[in-house]
Design a protein around this ligand. Structure first.
Ligand SMILES: Nc1ncnc2c1ncn2[C@@H]1O[C@H](COP(=O)(O)OP(=O)(O)OP(=O)(O)O)[C@@H](O)[C@H]1O
Ligand SMILES: [Mg+2]
Length: 348
């Protein structure tokens, strides 16, 4: 089997690296780390400060003493379009030839500006057609992300889409019944990746530009604090000696959580209205913002569906040389990196 890539998750608040290996048939994490990025380094999925990202990757590789250079990265946000399409049945070569033409009907970008990829999800549906997932990603964004990786002297051998990396990370850790539908939401700092899956199939994906920054910004604005103070309060570090977070902070958190949950609910309602799927059993959150209890409660209130936080290490053993507490503390935000670390250089 081809060797796993290192999963390199370039997020707007931090860069994460995950290295997994197979040990006696089971997965073991042998390296994990996270390197923070300053707030304006990546904005809306666009890398504003290449040098800062390259430096962060280099320093992470130094700190984790990584020597492997093949990495898998993910992109997300406005620059990626994912569509389910049906086409007449055809063989692999015909598909490869047809897809660029087919994509023009479904993708609102010009053909020269996007990289196109696809995956067959069903060889033949009830109507006799093939079902595909079509992915189009803006070339300039893929180029920007792969360039910072190369500038850090690494090889970007796989470019994935964050919503699918989230799903891959989830699948190695949790068993799903074939008829069970779950909503995966990876809530980062700036972007949330939604992927509704049944069994191993992705039914619906959407990226929305909301994330944990909204909490920080509102606390800052409404309570007149600096960014760092607001961030500390949000993550529970700003509490007083008795561990009490001011009521005013909690109020702001609850109101932001409520509007975020409302936004997620709109996507869920859209899915439910178009799919007739009534088996959604739970909503599984990942990403750093999944640690917000206010968000957890708000999503449960809006959806009336149980919410749980994904543990990216649930079925992954931890190498004895790593700090288990550190890994556990970052279990939700490691998920995209774990999904990426499952990829091998030559897989699709
Ligand atoms: N305990 C906590 N409670 C609430 N929020 C938290 C907590 N810990 C971390 N966060 C928030 O999680 C976010 C970081 O999560 P994550 O690492 O998944 O984002 P990212 O990948 O850097 O961003 P994105 O993918 O959106 O560009 C930050 O907004 C951070 O403040
Ligand atoms: Mg992220």
């Amino acid at each position: 089997m081809a060797k796993h890539c290192i999963g390199l998750d370039i997020g707007s608040s931090s860069i994460k690296a995950v290295q997994l290996k197979k040990k006696r048939g089971a997965l073991e994490v042998c390296a994990f780390g996270l390197e923070p990025l300053a707030p304006q380094t990546i904005v809306d999925g666009t890398i504003m400060d290449q040098t800062a990202v390259v430096e962060a990757i280099r320093s992470l590789w130094r700190r984790l003493k990584l020597r492997q250079k093949d990495v898998a990265i993910a992109i997300a946000g406005h620059s990626v379009i994912i569509k389910k399409i049906n086409v007449p049945r055809m063989n692999g070569d015909e598909l490869a030839e047809q897809i660029p033409r087919e994509a023009e009907h479904h993708i609102p970008f010009s053909r020269e500006d996007v990289e196109i990829d696809y995956e067959v999800v069903l060889e033949q549906n009830a109507g006799g057609q093939m079902e595909l997932i079509l992915v189009a990603a803006k070339k300039e964004v893929v180029a920007d992300y792969t360039q910072v990786v190369r500038d850090a002297s690494l090889n970007p051998v796989v470019v994935d889409v964050a919503a699918f990396s989230t799903q891959n990370g989830f699948e190695i850790n949790y068993e799903l019944g074939a008829e069970e539908t779950v909503v995966l939401i990876n809530v980062g700092a700036a972007i949330s990746n939604i992927n509704i899956i049944r069994g191993t199939q992705s039914l619906f994906t959407r990226d929305v530009t909301i994330g944990g920054n909204l909490f920080t910004e509102e606390i800052q604005k409404q309570l007149n604090m600096s960014h760092d103070e607001a961030e500390a309060y949000k993550t529970g570090g700003g509490a007083d000696e008795q561990g009490v977070v001011p009521g005013a902070v909690e109020q702001v958190m609850n109101s932001v959580a409520d509007s975020m949950a409302g936004e997620f609910q709109r996507s869920l309602d859209f899915f439910l209205a178009t799919s007739a799927d009534t088996n959604v059993s739970r909503i599984c959150l990942s990403g750093g913002t999944a640690k917000s209890m206010a968000l957890h409660r708000a999503i449960e209130n809006h959806s009336r569906i149980p919410v749980e936080v994904i543990d990216a290490w649930r079925q992954v053993s931890v190498s004895p040389k790593l700090d288990g507490d550190y890994l556990a503390a970052h279990a939700p935000e490691a998920l995209v990196g774990v999904g990426l670390a499952m990829r091998a250089a030559n897989d699709k």
